[in-house]
Ligand binder design. Structure first.
Ligand SMILES: [Cu+2]
Length: 255
């Protein structure tokens, strides 16, 4: 009687290896039908996986809310922003960026990321890049030195006090710090008096920097009641209560 493939079951030896009971069949012959069937099954799974990767997030994104608007920024002399380089200035004990910009974020209760984020704040051309870095609580920030000279970064700010000591560009691993407390950290360099940067540690994964005109757009927001905040300088944070449902597209302006 000719042997007939019986599907997935025939992947196993058709005889008992230990006792030798049963008739051994050539593996190639035995598995032709199964192989064809398995290609079909795998193709089907592949198509489903592709659909899962591309279609599902698209539909999920559609079900999430968006907030856009404008923060009216403090007036200043018109300084062109070259390569997003902002200067950090201290005026009467208030730290801000020059030209001014704001960081807009959604405050609420959000699940912590499974894997903590990693960000970088480099030292290049004797400046910090970027000069202001918003991060979520728990983020590890690396501080690579891209200059041919030493830097010595330190912070006296309450959310994170540290002193990285002097190090050059070939320092491995790249010196880093993890920021676990919300607030504002001012970075300085012990060697270069003029170097200054800000790290804004936010208890939210939903944040964005405005453009130089104050425009912002937050996308992929989950439904719920939150406080939308706009950090303008170390003493000024504006806020606005928002209620988001699926597909909400809100406009919020901070006067
Ligand atoms: Cu320095």
């Amino acid at each position: 009687m000719p042997w007939r493939c019986r599907g997935v079951a025939c992947r196993r030896p058709p005889y008992d290896v230990k006792t030798g009971v049963g008739k051994r069949r050539p593996y190639a012959r035995q598995c032709v039908g199964t192989a064809q069937r398995e290609i079909g099954v795998r193709l089907h799974r592949y198509v489903l996986a592709v659909a899962w990767i591309f279609v599902l997030p698209a539909s999920t994104a559609l079900a999430q809310a968006t907030i856009e608007g404008r923060v009216i920024l403090p007036k200043t002399r018109a300084t062109p922003v070259v390569n997003q380089r902002y200067e950090i200035i201290a005026k009467g004990g208030v730290l801000s960026t020059n030209p001014p910009l704001a960081v807009v974020y959604l405050e609420g209760s959000f699940p912590k990321p499974a894997v903590p984020a990693v960000a970088q704040l480099t030292q290049k051309g004797l400046t910090f890049i970027p000069s202001i870095l918003p991060i979520q609580i728990g983020t590890k920030v690396e501080f690579p030195n891209l200059d041919d000279t030493y830097h010595n970064i330190f912070s006296f700010s309450p959310p994170k006090r540290f002193d990285l000591g002097r190090y050059r560009s070939d320092e491995k691993p790249v010196p880093s710090q993890t920021f676990d407390v919300a607030g504002l950290v001012t970075l300085r360099c012990d060697i270069h008096e003029h170097m200054r940067a800000l790290i804004l540690i936010i208890d939210s994964p939903h944040f964005v920097m405005t453009d130089p005109d104050g425009n912002f757009r937050l996308t992929g927001l989950p439904p719920g009641r939150y406080t939308l905040k706009a950090w303008v300088d170390s003493r000024t944070t504006r806020e606005h209560a928002v209620e988001l449902s699926r597909d909400t597209a809100l406009r919020v302006d901070f006067p």
